[in-house]
Design a binder for this molecule. Structure first.
Ligand code: PLP
Length: 379
C-alpha cells in the first residue's frame, strides 16, 4: 500500500519511504539477477553492483569500502558488533540507558555483566559517570548510540571515545537513526564499530551494514560460504544492497536540505508548547527532523489513534514490534517517568514538506483541545 497524498507521513524514524533513486537501483538489480560469487559475466556484474554500493555506503560515513560488512539491518549490525567485541575479549558491557532494544537485548544474552550508563534530563549520556566506570579493571565494551530514535538527541560519542580508548576498551555506536540525517565522520567519532540500516535513510528494509575501524576484528557470525570476506555467510541481498548504496548517495546529498527541516519542527513545537505540551530533549543537540512531545494526561496510544483518524501517521515515543504501545523507557531514563505514558514522536525526512508539519500541528492541537474539553466535562 502506498501512502495516499491526502495523508501525512511523519514517522521516518520508524521507516523512511523508499527514495526514487533507491527504487530505481533496486529494480535494476532485480532485472538481472545473479549471484555475486558466480564467476560468469552476470555474476561479475552483480559483484560490481555490491562493491559500488559498499563504496557509496562507506562514503556516507567517511570510511573506505573495506570497512563495510553488509548485513540484514540495524539489529544484526548491533548484534555482530557486540559478538565481535566479546570475541575480542571484552569482559563487561556498559550500555547507555537510552539504547535501542536491539542493543540492550543482545547485551543481556551475551553472558557478560551489563551496566547502564545514565543520561541527564536532556537525554545526554553522563560522561562523568563513564569516566568513573572506566577506572574499573577489565576490558569494556561501551555502547553509545549517535542519535536517539525517540528524542533525536545526539550523543557526545567523540568525547566518550577518548575515555574508552584511554582504557583500551571498545566503543560501539548505533548510528541507525543518525545516518543520512546528520553528517557523520567515523574517524572523528573515534568508534570501533558502528551500525547502519538502509530503511531509516530511504533504502529498503532488510539491509544494513556494520562499519568496523582498524582496531576492530569482525567475528564470523553466520557460517557457510565465504561472503563478506568470511564475516557473514549467505548469498548477498544484491538488490537491497544496490538500493542501500543509492539511498546513501541521495541522503548524503540531501543533508543540507534536511537540516532546514528543523525550522518547521521548531515552529510546530512552539505552537504545541503554547498550549501546554512539553518537548523532550529540547535543551540538547538533536536530529533536525525529530520531535518528541508529551501532553500530560493524553496517553500515547490515544494520541496516535487521534492523529491517525486525522490522516497523520506518527508514533508513540516507543513502539514495540507487537504494535502495542509501552511507556517510554527513554523518557523514564531522562527523569520524566511522569511523562513517559504521554509521549508522541513526530519524525520527518527526505520527502516531508512544511505543509506536513503544519497539518500535523493542526491535528495535534485539535485533538488536545478535544481531550481537554472532555476532561473538563468529567471534572
Ligand atoms: N537501532 C535503532 C536506534 C533503531 O531505531 C532501530 C530501528 O528502529 C534499530 C537499531 C533496528 O534497525 P533494523 O530495523 O534495521 O533492524
Amino acid at each position: 500500500m502506498s501512502i495516499s497524498r491526502t495523508s501525512v507521513y511523519l514517522d521516518y524514524n520508524a521507516t523512511a519511504p523508499l527514495r526514487p533513486e533507491a527504487k530505481e537501483a533496486l529494480l535494476r538489480a532485480l532485472e538481472s539477477p545473479a549471484n555475486p560469487s558466480s564467476v560468469h559475466a552476470a555474476g561479475r556484474a552483480a559483484r560490481d553492483v555490491v562493491e559500488r554500493a559498499r563504496a557509496q555506503v562507506g562514503a556516507l560515513v567517511g570510511v573506505p569500502a573495506g570497512s563495510i560488512t553488509f548485513v540484514s539491518g540495524g539489529t544484526e549490525a548491533n548484534a555482530l558488533a557486540i559478538e565481535s567485541a566479546k570475541a575480542a575479549g571484552v569482559e563487561r558491557i556498559v550500555i547507555s540507558a537510552i539504547e535501542h532494544d536491539a542493543v540492550t537485548e543482545t547485551a543481556k544474552v551475551s553472558g557478560l555483566p551489563v551496566e547502564g550508563l545514565p543520561v541527564d534530563n536532556h537525554g545526554v549520556a553522563d560522561l562523568g559517570w563513564l569516566a568513573q566506570a572506566r577506572e574499573k579493571p577489565g576490558k569494556t565494551l561501551v555502547c553509545l548510540m549517535l542519535a536517539n530514535n525517540e528524542t533525536g538527541v545526539i550523543q557526545p560519542v567523540d568525547k566518550a571515545s577518548a575515555l574508552v580508548r584511554a582504557h583500551d576498551g571498545w566503543l560501539h555506536v548505533d548510528a541507525v537513526q543518525a545516518a543520512g540525517k546528520i553528517a557523520i565522520d567515523f574517524s572523528t567519532l573515534g568508534a570501533d564499530t558502528m551500525a547502519l540500516s538502509a530503511h531509516k535513510l530511504g533504502g529498503p528494509q532488510g539491509v544494513g551494514a556494520l562499519v568496523a575501524g582498524t582496531r576492530a576484528t569482525v567475528t564470523r557470525r553466520l557460517h557457510g560460504g565465504g561472503q563478506e570476506r568470511g564475516r557473514r555467510a549467505g548469498t548477498e541481498n544484491v538488490a537491497g544492497i544496490a538500493a542501500f548504496g543509492a539511498a546513501a548517495v541521495a541522503a548524503h546529498q540531501g543533508l543540507a536540505s534536511l537540516a532546514e527541516q528543523a525550522q518547521w519542527r521548531d515552529a510546530l513545537a512552539q505552537r504545541v508548547k503554547a498550549q501546554g505540551a512539553i518537548v523532550l530533549g529540547e535543551g540538547a543537540d538533536r536530529l533536525p527532523q525529530t520531535l518528541c512531545l508529551a501532553g500530560e494526561g493524553f496517553g500515547s496510544e490515544v494520541q496516535v489513534m487521534n492523529m491517525d483518524l486525522a490522516g497523520i501517521m506518527v508514533s508513540a515515543g516507543s513502539a514495540c514490534s507487537s504494535g502495542k504501545v509501552k511507556a517510554s523507557r527513554v523518557v523514564e531514563a531522562m527523569g520524566r517517568a511522569d511523562l513517559a505514558p504521554f509521549v508522541l514522536r513526530i519524525s520527518g525526512g527526505w520527502a516531508s514538506t512544511e505543509d506536513d508539519w503544519i497539518k500535523c500541528g493542526d491535528a495535534w492541537l485539535a485533538a488536545w483541545k478535544r481531550i481537554g474539553a472532555r476532561r473538563r466535562e468529567v471534572a
